[in-house]
Design a protein around this ligand. Sequence first.
Ligand code: HEM
Length: 240
Amino acid sequence: MKYKWFEKIERSANVRGLINWFTLATGFLYGEFDDRLDLRSALQKVLKKPVPKHINFWFCFGGFTFLLFVINIITGILLLMYYRPTIDQAYDSIVHITNNVPFGWLVRGFHHWAANIMVITVLIHMLRIYFHGAYKHPRDMNWVVGVCLFLLVLSFGFTGYLLPWNQVSFWATTIGAEIPSTFPVAGPYITYFLKGGDSVGQLALTRFFAFHVVILPWITVGLLSLHFLMVRRLGISGPL
Ligand code: HEM
């Protein structure tokens, strides 16, 4: 009898062993915590929410985007174990991660692709909201929070691009940082702030690194909490 690929994996003794072990371990931990803190009723209150009938595939893109964000947080923390944010060492540390660190190529690949796919999923999420009219009152405030989240997703891409410190990242950032210089009044100051001087150098790398790994992630976590709180408070929008 022919099995589908996921049935094959499920039937492999190793994977079954791993799943059994994981179920036992989490079951044991859950039991111990539940015994003391009565987690069951607290969790049921938060998680037991019937999904309305009109929910379909297109409503999943916010969730996909969130999953990709979590993948990027985990792989980003792993990359941080080896990445060195100085203009002398950044490029070499990326080459080291890709060629020598065990599974470094895989972690870097996941980080890269999750970041790129996230831009696509967030755009589809926005289109879904637009075509369902879910941006209208009373969800208009959540749309505004969403626009800020969209800008954050793009900023992650822009700041992360410089970090490998290769020719493409240097010149792309040089061009990107010059764009605001045409804005009236504040423009030249924004460009100077981004570059940290007359050209992209160590200060720019330090600033982009700080934005990429500390400032943007924490702002995103704050705004995502607001976003999800509003979705829970208002409920998902109705059918067309
Ligand atoms: C990091 C980016 C984002 C994540 C992780 C995220 C996640 C989510 C999730 C999980 C939902 C629940 C329903 C669904 O998935 O359709 C949702 C709803 C919503 N999102 Fe987002 N979102 C993001 C960005 C955006 C953007 C860019 C916009 C618009 C500019 C937006 C506007 C909304 C609105 C208005 C709702 C309520 C929809 C409804 O009630 O039908 N979100 N978001």
